[in-house]
Write a new protein. Structure first.
Length: 367
């Protein structure tokens, strides 16, 4: 059964500007789906339409089989967590957690039971008597999540809930949110511009740009099988490298990637597809982790490069190289000891490259 279904959903403002362009999407019951994309892509607007906080210009939104286009938020059986926590500063944690239930005139005993159960799940049961001002950012976010849990709603909506937290707290709260979903199993839509959050939390990711869905897939599919340069460049930290290149056959008739004067041999599995691109300009994509140093001088796809920037990160070192076709960022071992300006030869893993159309950015068949 569908948890949420969007059919031809459109949002147009009174000034005629259309910001959501006929979205079709089905989210399974109990699924954790992340909407991700740059600022202004429509991800928050789309979620607010699901919540009933934004009107729908066209199309249909259904929650567990019920069309909710004309239902107010309180009748959609949703629970929402905002980035600013939205806690009542004069109320205790207990009263913040139970306030929604009190408004709905739940019995005191049931409010008590639900609040204490949610507090135990989130490990904030020792904070129930405190006011929000006495809590850390992470504790406040747990209270906001607890307020959603006590609702026992059909649908959980998270609107960039971790954006106000520092890096360490964001990492901790990602883990808490994942544990929470595993325990409760509610259908969840999570909005973020942070692709690390998307990759670590989602069962499926919806990548948006300009009010359109660019790709829907598992984190593995989005990362390893991007359908466009936009998707490839938005996922990964650092993101995929792109070099201006050309496909051309050598004297033996084998297809190669040409980067200026450098020629990179293609594996047998890529020959048929890439051979059809003979003579065509392309954008060559390679992930930072698929670049290594060629210390032995026996690389099958060697590329001369100059060290530009070295960024030691403890467990690894990020290195930016200048080579023919543009700059390359590589994720290398922490033992990398070369300095900017030094010349090296890098090896590209030609089993893991991608090709994109330089005009529209669509992925080109390469296998």
């Amino acid at each position: 059964m569908s948890g949420v279904k969007l059919e031809k959903v459109v949002k147009k403002y009174d000034n005629g500007v259309e910001v959501i362009h006929g979205i079709d999407l089905e989210i399974k019951q109990g699924e954790f789906v992340v909407f991700v994309g740059p600022s202004g892509c429509g991800k928050s607007t789309l979620m607010r339409m699901v919540a009933g906080l934004e009107s729908i210009t066209g199309g249909t939104i259904s929650i567990e089989g019920q069309v909710v286009n004309d239902l107010p938020p309180r009748e959609r059986d949703i629970a929402m967590v905002f980035q600013d926590y939205a806690l009542y500063p004069h109320k205790s944690v207990f009263d913040n957690l139970g306030f929604g239930l009190k408004l709905r005139k739940f019995p005191k005993a049931e409010i008590e039971q639900r609040v204490r159960a949610a507090a135990a799940i989130l490990k904030i049961d020792h904070l129930l008597d405190r006011k929000p001002r006495a809590l850390s950012g992470g504790q406040r976010q747990r209270v906001a999540m607890g307020r959603a849990i006590v609702r026992q709603a059909k649908l959980f909506l998270f609107d960039e809930p971790l954006s106000n937290l520092d890096a360490l707290l964001r990492s901790e709260m990602r883990t808490e949110i994942k544990k929470l979903h595993q325990r409760i199993g509610a259908t969840t839509i999570y909005v973020t511009h942070d692709q690390v959050e998307a990759m670590t939390l989602a069962e499926r990711i919806v990548v948006l740009s300009g009010g359109n869905i660019m790709q829907v897939g598992t984190p593995d599919q989005i990362y390893n099988e991007p359908v466009s340069k936009f998707v490839a460049g938005f996922t990964g930290s650092p993101p995929m490298n792109f070099l201006n290149a050309k496909v051309a056959r050598n004297g033996a008739g084998q297809a190669e990637i040409v980067l200026g004067t450098a020629r990179l041999a293609l594996p047998a599995a890529a020959q048929a597809a890439c051979g059809k691109l003979d003579g065509r300009a392309v954008e060559f994509g390679i992930r930072p982790e698929d670049i290594t140093l060629d210390a032995a001088g026996n690389a099958s796809a060697p590329l001369a490069a100059t060290v530009v920037v070295v960024e030691p990160l403890g467990a690894e070192t990020l290195v930016i190289f200048q080579c023919e076709g543009g700059e390359l960022t590589a994720r290398l071992p922490p033992t990398f000891a070369l300095a900017p300006g030094q010349q090296v030869t890098v090896q590209l893993d030609m089993e893991k490259f991608h090709l994109f159309d330089p005009q529209g950015g669509a992925v080109l068949p390469s296998r």
